[in-house]
Design a binder for this molecule. Structure first.
Ligand SMILES: Cc1cc2nc3c(=O)[nH]c(=O)nc-3n(C[C@H](O)[C@H](O)[C@H](O)COP(=O)(O)O)c2cc1C
Length: 154
């Protein structure tokens, strides 16, 4: 079975919740799914890790959540080629923070692109001002994403 890693960056658990809620959708589509709460670069550079979903919230002033900081630091330091990585990105934020809305997700997207990774589809940005439970937005988006990107393997 192909593998899908869901890499989570979260402060208060909303992004982790969303990851756990979408996990069965990928299982139904034929994947072995790992929800990774302490992501490492190896999770996206291993030979069988060519599809990933990032679920990342923003804290501070457009900053990465604490659990996600080592991943980003190591990505900068190791600077691996990610040309075989295809990924989706769910960014959680709050538009009341203005310019830094979904800042971590947006920065991550740019960082992955810099390393040659290919985003499948558009980034989902979930605004806490509009959506109380992130999974309410994440579940329909993932259902659509699986269809639109023809990810079903079962
Ligand atoms: C201290 C603090 C700082 C935040 N800073 C930002 C920010 O700069 N930009 C943004 O879009 N959202 C910001 N948020 C909102 C969170 O990203 C949003 O509530 C998100 O849903 C939290 O997800 P989590 O539960 O996975 O951490 C901040 C929230 C807190 C509590």
């Amino acid at each position: 079975m192909p593998k899908l890693s869901i890499l989570v960056g979260t402060m208060y658990g909303g992004a982790l919740d969303a990851a756990e809620q979408v996990k069965p959708l990928f299982e139904q589509a034929g994947y072995t799914v790992a929800v990774i709460e302490q992501p490492s670069v190896a999770d996206i550079t291993d030979s069988n890790a060519d599809l990933a979903l990032f679920c990342v919230s923003t804290t501070g002033s457009g900053d990465y959540p604490g659990n996600f900081v080592p991943f980003v630091r190591n990505l900068h330091d190791q600077s691996p080629s990610l040309t075989s990585l295809r990924y989706g990105l769910i960014a959680l934020g709050d538009s009341s923070y203005g310019d830094t809305f979904c800042g971590a997700g947006r920065a991550l997207d740019a960082l992955l692109a810099d390393h040659g990774a290919t985003r499948l589809g558009e980034r989902l940005e979930i605004d806490a001002m509009e959506t109380f439970m992130a999974d309410d937005a994440a579940i329909p988006w993932v259902e659509e994403w699986i269809i639109a990107q023809q990810l079903e393997v079962a």
